[in-house]
Design a protein around this ligand. Structure first.
Ligand SMILES: Nc1ncnc2c1ncn2[C@@H]1O[C@H](COP(=O)(O)OP(=O)(O)OP(=O)(O)O)[C@@H](O)[C@H]1O
Ligand SMILES: [Mg+2]
Length: 293
């Protein structure tokens, strides 16, 4: 098991070196977003951040939900750190001064709760703020930005600031429609943006495949955008349990179906071949389970 983890860490280091050669800036910004609210953004961002940190990456998660932030709850930072993004936006603190220590070595910048002034910041202020994120780049290998749901200017700015966007949806028709609306809005601003898709709360793999096929095909056909299928997350009672316990499920329930799914998504994002995955049979078992139903 230790050998397996070391092998994964080495693969990630190699990938990073390749990226560093191709591109001067080593830090990658990944924005996690959705059309509909409550579909699993914060859980995905927090647990994915932890899964990368466990591979030795320097990871920051920033809660860019500027109205109703909750990364601190999912990552177990209770009470929340004294300073958060609202203090950066108001000019009281520098972004480097509001970085808190989260679980498993991740760093966390929490959002503002109920600060409408921050939620509604204007274009100039927002652009200044996004530029200030540059000072974080030398400190991290990966920055995850967890946005609020929907098509606000704030969300779109964080999406456009990313190297890669991860769009998450559930199989619910309303969530799929809103995901498509989000893709359309993103493409209207930048048609070359890299977008990956995660389908959360699936009952079985076939359901996940159907939903991702639908979104990927529509985006390609009508918007000319090639979306990468990053994977699925099973509906898992342990996710809800971990949330109520205010802990990340990747840490508290590392053998849960949801945690396994996070590892697969991480490997896909890091371009780690599946044969190096510790539980490579996970999805085939799910498929078998489905076939025998
Ligand atoms: N795979 C899953 N299995 C079971 N329940 C889940 C799963 N994913 C998310 N949930 C449930 O959905 C709730 C919302 O998840 P989360 O807070 O991550 O969504 P969100 O998209 O960040 O919401 P918001 O738009 O309000 O920021 C969780 O508290 C949990 O109860
Ligand atoms: Mg959230």
């Amino acid at each position: 098991m230790a050998d397996q983890a070391e092998k994964l860490r080495e693969l990630v280091r190699q990938k990073q070196q390749q990226v560093a050669v191709q591109d001067n800036s080593k830090c990658k910004i990944i924005t996690i977003t959705s059309g509909k609210g409550g579909v699993g953004k914060t859980n995905l961002a927090s647990n994915l951040a932890i899964s990368f940190s466990m591979l030795g990456q320097r990871v920051l998660i920033m809660d860019a939900d500027l109205g109703l932030s909750n990364v601190n709850i999912i990552t177990g930072l209770i009470p929340p750190p004294k300073y958060n993004l609202s203090h950066v936006i108001s000019g009281e603190k520098d972004i480097l001064e509001v970085i808190a220590h989260g679980p498993c070595g991740i760093k966390v910048i929490t959002g503002a709760v109920g600060v409408t002034k921050v939620a509604n910041m204007g274009t100039k202020k927002r652009n200044e703020f996004i530029e200030s994120l540059d000072s974080l780049l030398p400190l991290f290998d990966l920055i995850f930005i967890d946005t609020s749901a929907g098509l606000s200017d704030n969300v779109l700015s964080f999406v456009l600031a990313a190297d890669e966007v991860v769009l998450i949806t559930t199989p619910e028709p309303t969530a799929i429609t809103d995901a498509y609306g989000m893709i359309k809005a993103i493409v209207a601003k930048n048609e070359n943006i890299k977008v990956g898709l995660v389908v959360n709360r699936i009952q079985n793999i076939l359901e996940g495949k159907k939903v991702s096929d639908k979104i990927v095909n529509i985006a390609e056909q009508f918007l000319g955008l090639k979306i990468e299928r990053l994977g699925y997350i099973m509906e898992d009672a342990l996710v809800r349990k971990a949330v109520s316990e205010q802990t990340p499920f990747f840490v508290t329930y590392p053998n849960s179906n949801a945690a396994n799914c996070i590892s697969h998504i991480r490997n896909k994002l890091a371009e780690i071949p599946e044969e190096n995955h510790k539980d490579k049979g996970f999805f085939s078992r799910l498929f078998q389970g489905f076939k025998s139903d």
